[in-house]
Design a protein around this ligand. Sequence first.
Ligand code: NAD
Length: 352
Amino acid sequence: MSLTFEHVTLGQRVLFGTSAAAANLAAEVARLGAGRVMVIASDFGTKMARTVAADIEVALWHHDVVMHVPIETAEKARTAAAEAGIDLLVCVGGGSTTGLAKAIAMTSRLPIIAVPTTYAGSEATNVWGLTEALRKTTGVDDAVLPVTIIYDAALTLSLPVAMSVASGLNGMAHCIDSMWAPRADPINAALGAEGIRALSHGLPLITENPSGAEGREQALYGAYLAAASFASAGAGLHHKICHVLGGTFNLPHAQTHAVMLPHVTAFNTAAAPEAERRIASALGSATSLTGLATLYKTIDAPRNLRDLGFSEDHIAEAAQLILPQVPASNPRRLGMPELERLLHDALKGSTP
Ligand code: NAD
């Protein structure tokens, strides 16, 4: 069979080292020749960010971080950066913090160094997200892609186990959805498969020993691969569903991904044998579903949308909003009945 595809690899420096964030950040700031650095970290992340930024001069600290980046929060941060004459943005935190740095870069074109502390993966994508009047919009702009990512597993040790599990499965969802997303190709599938392997190895180690370095490192490495494959392949069915559930019904981001993933995987792999083979093999299991079921049991993953605030009454509206967004690349056709069935199963947490 001939191999024909078009693939874009996004250019970033990735510095990976446990307990090396401060030294790596100082070296990167010097390499980029920045003189006016703005450090963005939520109130919660401030202590961690001060340790990370211990060896650089900080012109401006910014702590006003809100999930899903409301436009008012973005505008305030953009004004603060402009007034302080900032020439480099450094964000230390989860996807919400990285999202705010991206919102500033969108309009200012300032470079970003991202220091992630969850497994969400925003640091490795050129996708921004903003919320205006309760509607979340996303877009693609290479200016929001951080020039450098500094990964330090020590910064994730404080991430509670339940949040680590949900966030890691958010990463796993990037990998699996990449197998059938609109720009799926052999390169992003390879990245995704290695991401599945690393996350399925790391997450059980975290639940077993949350303060151990190995599980945290594997999960962080997997999270990068996951985001790189997602950035390249685009959003598939799974992400379209979760975008509606988070944006319109305000369900928590990472947990919603975790709950939906086995259901979308079961639905799509039935019509995608190559994806099924890759996912099962990466999970080290006979089938993708038994692999996910074993992993979910081991790490006690969230199973139903009801616990996250979704209800029977929301199903028809959610399905209607999702339907027009289903990518043409999806391996299996689905209409309202199939979408409603998927949401119903995820609501109840039935085994797919
Ligand atoms: P988050 O950044 O809101 O963090 C979740 C919670 O964990 C917060 O309360 C935070 O304070 C806390 N936290 C973060 N790091 C911690 C640590 N090391 N120890 C203890 N607590 C810690 O959530 P998230 O799941 O990282 O990111 C979700 C957001 O990122 C959503 O808005 C989502 O849309 C966005 N996102 C964007 C992309 C993209 O490509 N643009 C990709 C993935 C996620």
